[in-house]
Write a protein that binds this ligand. Structure first.
Ligand code: SAH
Length: 279
């Protein structure tokens, strides 16, 4: 079923936009259809050192997976010329900063059993969710973003790639994180570049089951960010369970000890405007 992903967002409140002037859904659909139709059909070729770099992460690809990753990048980089999805515009950097960076999550996801659920918060153009969904077809992914144009691209890209075990949700994390269909339900939440630690912890941990984890792709400042988020993690009943050094940065692992207190996440924009525990 190609459009399975589109049927699942109905119960989530529509995202609010700052200006209140989001284009109607049919205009977005027509725009994205045009963007996808113009995109080159050929996948991007990986740089010569890509397979070795992936092997260092412990990844051996199944037939067709590298081609799908290349096709995703071709779609993403083309779409990026028509809408704002990523600052990375050249192919070699895209393999490094989108594909390899996303695949650094393969190790901490390795133990997840078939059918386990993973939500990508603030997926943007589909990173890290889409590369991971391509190489872990046994997991069930949900890709969430507040911007309808971005989720329309993500849904269309996954249709083209034949990624069928994923759901796309257009919603603010503050709203979806309070929705019983999403709250306290996922085995793992993942995120990259959505905000400082206290902000992303408040947005991501509500989605995770007690005992589950949030895996946050971070850079060199990970330890400082963690120190700043100490009070926030305490309030969110979550704990720092470890930090992994990866070839492209760091992965911070937060474990959710107990159900998220009712007060969190706070209202739209609050986790970013006034990070928890910062007075
Ligand atoms: N994860 C992607 C995109 C990062 S940009 C990447 O690494 O390339 C941050 C994205 O998070 C944007 O697409 C933005 O729309 C989304 N976002 C920010 N705050 C959000 C919120 N509160 N709820 C849902 N999406 C949010």
């Amino acid at each position: 079923m190609r459009n399975r992903s589109s049927a699942t967002s109905a119960h989530v409140p529509a995202p609010e936009t700052a200006s209140g002037d989001a284009p109607p859904e049919r205009d977005i659909a027509a725009f994205i259809a045009e963007v996808i139709a113009e995109a080159p059909a050929e996948p991007l070729e990986p740089p010569p050192d890509f397979l070795a770099a992936a092997a260092e992460l412990g990844i051996a690809f199944e037939p067709g997976e590298v081609e799908k990753l290349g096709r995703f990048l071709a779609l993403l980089l083309h779409a990026n010329t028509r809408m704002n999805l990523t600052a990375i515009k050249d192919a070699p950097s895209a393999w490094q900063r989108h594909i390899l960076d996303a695949l650094t999550l393969m190790a901490p996801l390795a133990e997840l059993p078939e059918g386990a659920t993973v939500i990508d918060i603030g997926t943007g153009g589909g990173v890290p969710g889409i590369p991971l969904a391509i190489v872990r077809p046994d997991l069930r992914f949900t890709l969430l973003d507040a911007t309808a144009k971005k989720t329309a691209f993500v849904r269309a890209a996954m249709d083209v790639l034949g990624v069928e075990h994923a759901t796309v949700v257009t919603a603010r994390a503050e709203a979806a994180g309070r929705d019983p269909n999403h709250r306290d339900t996922y085995d793992v939440a993942i995120a990259r570049a959505v905000g400082p630690m206290a902000t992303i912890a408040e947005l991501a941990t509500p989605f995770v089951k007690p005992g589950g984890v949030a895996l946050l792709i971070k850079g060199e400042r990970a330890a400082d960010e963690l120190a700043d988020a100490k009070a926030a993690l305490h309030l969110l009943l979550s704990a720092h369970a470890g930090t992994l050094d990866t070839p492209t940065g760091k992965i911070v692992i937060l474990e959710k000890m107990r159900p998220t207190p009712k007060a969190y996440p706070r209202g739209n924009g609050e986790p970013k405007r006034k990070p928890l525990g910062v007075s």
